[in-house]
Design a protein around this ligand. Sequence first.
Ligand code: GDP
Length: 426
Amino acid sequence: MVGAQWGDEGKGKITDYLAQQADVVIRYQGGSNAGHTVVNEHGTFKLHLVPSGIFNPSALCVVGPGTVVDLPALVEELEMLASRGIGTANLRVSDRAHLVLPYHIALDRLDERERGRRRLGTTGRGVGPAYADKVARHGIQLYEVRDERRFRTRVAHELLVKNAILERFGDAPLDPREVADAVLAAAARLGDRIVDTLPIVERAVAQDARILLEGQLGAMRDLDWGIYPYVTSSNPLAGGAAVGAGIPARHITRVIGVVKAYSTAVGEGPFPTELTGREADELRERANEYGATTGRPRRVGWFDAVASRHAHRLNAFTELAVTKLDMLGRYERIPFCVAYEIDGRRTTDMPPTSVLERATPCYEELAGWASDITGVTGRAGLPRQADAYLRRIEEVVGAPVSIVGIGPERTATLLSRPRGAARPPG
Ligand code: GDP
């Protein structure tokens, strides 16, 4: 399950829904910068690193090797779940995942501050610097906490350079002992839930178990294919799922692209269909578009089929899940972006970032349904115009819609039989 826009597509709800039938749910990239909102019979939850499958007591939840893990934050999240009656014994965390350490958080904030006007709009959770250390071969993997003396030496060594940078920019240096203590204490709380996850996944594949791979963010924030540098530091694409979960690529049989019925973005970077002023405020308020991790107001805009088609070209979605269709119920006519105009030329290809900044959206006007669709029980029960809106998404993006969200609750979900096979992307 992969985001097919800028993130915040409503993946939390869709995974929670799909996880009801899953045997294993795996988070394959990202860190606790995610904010997946889940509303079910237990209440409303904002999950950051824990897979949304945690609400299915019979599913095994795996934080995969492709993630970066802030252990104290993970423990805090588990305590929050436990305090609300949700068991977390079924969680396993890969011992190959990399640690997010307090110095990554300090460096994340320093970096954003020093970028000034060209800041990225990160969540300040240290995820980018942790991945940077991983790639620069300075990262510390979770298994390393098992050898306490060596771990303390590693932390102290890393802090020699990190502290020099912090001090150079006027920030307080970190104490190696305090850093190591906090991580070791959290690791002790997780105990034997930190494991080699490969045998678990391998066994699940061999038993033909239903494995749900839960992506964070969306294709437009993919490190390689998104709006670099306004991207996340990992690969949310389905290709990233194979590596980040440790599952051979040929075992992935379905790829579900999640799109919101309109667009939203948190953070900086080009967003061609963005609305401003009163129109934006209205949609934001009505649809409650505020970041799950930071509470920041989200940027909002109309559906961008160029962006989601770009996502389909890279993911070959077998189906789409469309969320928040209920939020468009007020409109008589709905602008729907099918192409961009750039320097006087029309295109449906996604250009690189600084060119995208010059793109203006080419809109079709689709008929709105100007009615409340909450409570509808099947796709056939939707107003004709709402069904036509979904059909237009299917046509322009190129994949059939199989799930439609018409409310935040797990139950506010319509299943729609995919109309024919997905068109080969491209
Ligand atoms: P994620 O990071 O992709 O999981 O997205 P978020 O959870 O940050 O944002 C999605 C928001 O929309 C959350 O508040 C969800 O509860 C809510 N949501 C998801 N699907 C629907 C839907 O179909 N209708 C409505 N009204 N709200 C939804």
